[in-house]
Write a protein that binds this ligand. Structure first.
Ligand SMILES: *Cc1c(COP(=O)(O)O)cnc(C)c1O
Length: 447
C-alpha cells in the first residue's frame, strides 16, 4: 500500500510510515494511492463470519505485505473482543451499534487497532514515540484506553475543559502511567490547532511526536471494516445500501468512502451533522467556509467547525484542499453530490428524535446517534428513497444520561467499562490556548 499526501507536495510513503508519522511533511493527510476490491464471493463469505474474522480478512488484503499474517490475526482478534449489534428499527432501517467497546464509543474500533499496529511496528524496531491527540471527548478516552500501559508509547491528550462530559473526562484522567491528560481552557478547534502546530514545529522534531486523531490514516482503515461487515450481514451483493453517519471531523464517513472504493455497493453516504453545518453548506454552494468558533451542540463529539478529513474527501473527487481549508483545485462537485448527502440537524430536532425513536420503537439512542437517524429520515422525506439503510449509533446512551433521561424518562444502564472509572482519582494538567505555553510544557515534560 502506497500513500500520497492530500497537499500533493510530499513523497509517497508506506502504511507503516504514514501510521507512525501521522501528518505528511507538507501538512497534508495521507491517502491510499489505491485499495484492493472485494468480489461478490468474498463479500458473501463474510456473511457468517464473526466481526474479528472479517476485520482480519479485510486488513490482510489492505495491508498485504505490511504485517505478517499470524500477527495480524492475533491483533484483530485481540482488538475486537466485543459485539457489533445490528438492531432492526423497521425492515428498511437498522441501527449499527458501535458503542460496545471498552470506552463505549465507536472510536474504540480505530484506537484499538491503531495502538496494536503501532506497537507491532515500534517493537520490531525498538523505537518509542509520543502520541499527541486533541479530543472533543471520545477520541481521548478511546486512545487513552487503547494505549494504556504500552512500554514504548506515551500519550498526551488535550481536551476542551467545558466541552467534555464528566464521564468522558474521567476516562482520560483516571488512568495514569503513560497517559497524561491536559484540560485546555478553550474549544476543541483550539486543542487541534495546538497539536497540529506541534507536529509542524522543527524544534520538537526530536521528540518523535505522532497523532492518533483522524488525521492518521491508521484511524480510517479500521473504520472501513464495519461498513463491509454490515453490508455482508444484511444485503446480497449487488443490492444497494445507504449509510447515515453522525459526523464531526468526518473520519468515520471517510471509512465509509474507503469501503465503497473497496467494492461495497453503497448508493448514498449521508453525513449527518449538528448545527456546525459547514459541510452541507459546502455541498450546497461549492463554497467552503469554516465555522469559527464551532457551535456547542448536544452531540459534543461533533462540534467541529473545520473538519480535517474534508481534504481527504475532496482528494477522492480529484480536488485539493489544504489544511487551512483553501481549495486550490475544485473537486468534481457533481459526482461528490451524487455520492454524498449531508444535512444539518438542530439540537431541538436531536432531542425530538431521541424521544420519537423511544416512543415509536422502544429503542434508546443518544444525541450523536439521533443526528444520524434524523439525517436519514430527512433524506427519505426529501427524496422518497427507501433503500435499506443503516444508521450508526456512535456512543452508548449511558455516556449522555441527562439528555436521554430528559427525553425518554429512562436512565440508561451504565456498562461495566464505564462503571469502573466513576470513583477513581483524577489527574490532569491545565493549559490555555497559546501555542508557546503548550510548547514549553512539552519541552519540560518530554525532555
Ligand atoms: C468522534 C465522534 C463522532 C464523529 O466522528 P468523526 O469521525 O469525527 O466524524 C460521532 N459520534 C461520537 C460519539 C464520536 O465520539
Amino acid at each position: 500500500m502506497k500513500l500520497y499526501s492530500t497537499n500533493l507536495n510530499a513523497p509517497e510513503v508506506s502504511f507503516q510510515e504514514a501510521l507512525i508519522t501521522g501528518l505528511a511533511p507538507d501538512r497534508g493527510l495521507y491517502m491510499p494511492e489505491s485499495l484492493p476490491t472485494f468480489s461478490k464471493e468474498e463479500i458473501d463469505s463474510f456473511k457468517d463470519a464473526p466481526y474479528p474474522e472479517i476485520a482480519y480478512r479485510v486488513l490482510s488484503k489492505v495491508l498485504e505485505g505490511e504485517v505478517d499474517d499470524e500477527s495480524l490475526k492475533a491483533l484483530t482478534y485481540d482488538a475486537y473482543n466485543y459485539d457489533v449489534p445490528l438492531e432492526e428499527v423497521d425492515p428498511q432501517t437498522y441501527i449499527m451499534r458501535l458503542d460496545r467497546g471498552p470506552t463505549a464509543s465507536f472510536k474504540d474500533f480505530a484506537a484499538r487497532m491503531m495502538a496494536r499496529l503501532m506497537q507491532y511496528y515500534l517493537s520490531k524496531e525498538n523505537r518509542s514515540l509520543t502520541i499527541l491527540t486533541a479530543t472533543s471527548g471520545d477520541t481521548g478516552s478511546a486512545v487513552a484506553d487503547a494505549f494504556y500501559g504500552l512500554d514504548n508509547i506515551k500519550v498526551i491528550v488535550l481536551f476542551p475543559t467545558d466541552e467534555v462530559s464528566d464521564r468522558q473526562r474521567k476516562q482520560m484522567t483516571t488512568l495514569g502511567k503513560n497517559i497524561t491528560a491536559i484540560s485546555v481552557d478553550g474549544k476543541f478547534d483550539d486543542c487541534q490547532a495546538m497539536v497540529k502546530q506541534a507536529f509542524a514545529d522543527e524544534d520538537l522534531k526530536h521528540m518523535n511526536l505522532s497523532s492518533a486523531n483522524s488525521i492518521n490514516i491508521g484511524r480510517l482503515v479500521p473504520q472501513s471494516i464495519y461498513y463491509i461487515y454490515a453490508y455482508a450481514k444484511l444485503r446480497n451483493y449487488p443490492e444497494d445500501i445507504i449509510y447515515s453517519i453522525p459526523s464531526g471531523n468526518f473520519g468515520n464517513m471517510m471509512g465509509c468512502v474507503l469501503a465503497r472504493t473497496m467494492g461495497v455497493p453503497i448508493k448514498k453516504i449521508i453525513a449527518s451533522v449538528n448545527e456546525n453545518d459547514e459541510v452541507p453548506t459546502f455541498l450546497g454552494t461549492g463554497g467552503y467556509k469554516k465555522i469559527e468558533p464551532s457551535k456547542n451542540c448536544l452531540s459534543n463529539a461533533m462540534n467541529v467547525g473545520h473538519p480535517s478529513n474534508l481534504s481527504r474527501l475532496i482528494a477522492v473527487y480529484g480536488g485539493v484542499m489544504d489544511e487551512k481549508g483553501n481549495i486550490s483545485k475544485e473537486p468534481d462537485m457533481e459526482n461528490l453530490r451524487n455520492d454524498i448527502h449531508s444535512s444539518s440537524v438542530t439540537d431541538a430536532e436531536t432531542k425530538a428524535t431521541i424521544r420519537e425513536i423511544y416512543e415509536k420503537y422502544g429503542i434508546l439512542i443518544e444525541p450523536h446517534g439521533a443526528v444520524g437517524i434524523r439525517g436519514l429520515l430527512d433524506f427519505r422525506a426529501q427524496t422518497g428513497d427507501n433503500t435499506l439503510a443503516v444508521t450508526l449509533e456512535t456512543a452508548d446512551p449511558a455516556k449522555f444520561p441527562e439528555h436521554v433521561k430528559a427525553e425518554t424518562g429512562v436512565e440508561p444502564n451504565l456498562p461495566e467499562s464505564l462503571k469502573k472509572v466513576e470513583s477513581k482519582e483524577e489527574f490532569m494538567d491545565y493549559l490555555g490556548t497559546d501555542y508557546a505555553g503548550f510548547k514549553k510544557y512539552l519541552q519540560e515534560k518530554l525532555n
